[in-house]
Design a protein around this ligand. Structure first.
Ligand SMILES: [Fe+2]
Ligand SMILES: [Fe+2]
Length: 399
């Protein structure tokens, strides 16, 4: 196997590192690039917190290459501790990995200028093929030693820039791999002190993972159009939850999942709905597609281990509503009917979602229009929807 080595501080890893590794793999036809975070880089002896952050730097890297068999991370420099000299690392890598031919050693042209002054540079030249990558804008760098040059495009990203942006609250999230972003936020690394910016960023780690897993599954299983509707439902549910003092992450989760049952056949819908302990109405028997919310709630519990009652109720009741539905279920019911990808929604309803209207007043308005539409199409009204409508007709206090 043809191996190339890319060392560095990776403090933190950013897309420029991975892009460079990918370029070496694609252009120079190496089979694998070994990413090696330094314990203490000989080029950055004055840098603070390198050793104490070694574990985090390693984990950020490990998380960033998930699923890419062309990349691997090796912790030999961190295990060795002390100053991370390249010559020691190369000997160690060659002994364990037994690469075909000499491994490539990727270095930036900024460091290549002084390569002959590196610790035991003559030995390094014996052990590895030096690959000089562009890091400096200036065109020609003199490298008086055997090397291959790679004309990679330069990305205007550096770890120092990422650290500075995190610390100052600037834009940094899409300069690093998604998994690294998540870990940095979770552990509040590099002085991160920002607010949660998305459903997936809010809540504890496991809740976030659940949301990501559900969203990915929904995207893979539904048509793109249906997925975008689900995501817009999730976003409006998030906004409404924020307004009404509910947990926005739960609104997002229920919103993204509410139509998960849409692709199931009638037999499966009836089978799944049987297990939620509620009766199946005459209308549902006649039109099992009405059960897609109830079926989705069962799937969320069984496949994703989601037991939050409010979320399950919101998903189960989004189609027909329910006289006793709780606030989260009301939010998701509204969001499903009013979200922005629906072309024919009365703008007044959308406006209500972002003004001072009470939740029940918005629900009543949405329900009223939904029922009018069903009646205009001569569609049968479900008993649940009818009971909810009757209940909502009772006087509602203004907010
Ligand atoms: Fe639905
Ligand atoms: Fe929907």
């Amino acid at each position: 196997m043809k191996l190339a080595v890319l060392g560095g501080s990776f403090n933190p890893v950013h897309l420029g590192h991975l892009f460079l590794a990918d370029t070496v793999l694609s252009v120079l036809r190496y089979d694998r690039v070994v990413l090696i975070p330094a314990y203490r880089s000989p080029f950055k002896l004055a840098a603070a917190n390198m050793e104490s952050g070694a574990h985090d730097r390693l984990e950020l890297l490990a998380a960033s290459i998930t699923g890419d068999p062309r990349l691997t991370v090796d912790d030999c420099e961190i295990r060795r501790e002390g100053v991370s000299y390249t010559v020691d690392t190369l000997k160690n890598i060659i002994r364990r990995y037994m690469p075909e031919g000499k491994p490539g050693l990727i270095i930036g042209d900024d460091l290549a200028v002084d390569f002959l002054r590196w610790y035991r540079s003559d030995e390094i030249l014996d052990l590895a093929d030096i690959i000089v990558a562009r890091r400096l804008a200036s065109a020609e760098i003199n490298c008086p030693f055997p090397h291959k040059r790679i004309t990679n495009e330069m990305m205007e990203i550096s770890s120092a820039l990422v650290r500075e942006r995190i610390e100052s609250g600037g834009a940094w999230r899409y300069l690093v791999p998604h998994a690294a972003k998540t870990i940095i936020e979770d552990r509040r690394l590099y002085g991160f002190s920002g607010e949660a910016r998305s459903a997936a960023d809010s809540g504890a780690g496991s809740a976030r993972k659940t949301i990501v897993r559900v969203e990915e599954t929904v995207r893979e299983n539904l048509s793109l159009e249906r997925f975008l509707h689900s995501r817009n439902t999730a976003l409006l549910a998030w906004d409404l939850c924020s307004r009404f003092g509910l947990d926005p992450a739960l609104g997002y989760l229920a919103g993204i999942a509410h139509d998960f049952g849409k692709t199931l056949d009638e037999e499966t819908l009836l089978d799944l709905a049987k297990s939620d302990g509620r009766a199946i109405s005459k209308l549902e028997k006649k039109k099992p597609s009405l059960l897609h919310g109830r079926a989705a709630a069962i799937l969320l519990r069984e496949r994703f281990g989601i037991h939050n009652r409010d979320v399950l109720e919101a998903v189960a009741l989004h189609t027909e509503g329910g006289a006793d539905m709780g606030p989260l279920a009301k939010v998701v019911y509204i969001a499903d009917k009013v979200e922005v990808s629906r072309e024919k929604v009365d703008p007044a309803l959308r406006k209500m979602c972002y003004t001072n209207e009470a939740l029940d007043r918005i629900l009543f308005a949405v329900l009223d229009q939904t029922v009018s539409w069903l009646r205009s199409k001569k569609l049968e009204l479900s008993g649940e929807t009818f009971r909810l409508l009757e209940k909502m007709k009772e006087p509602v206090p203004k907010s």
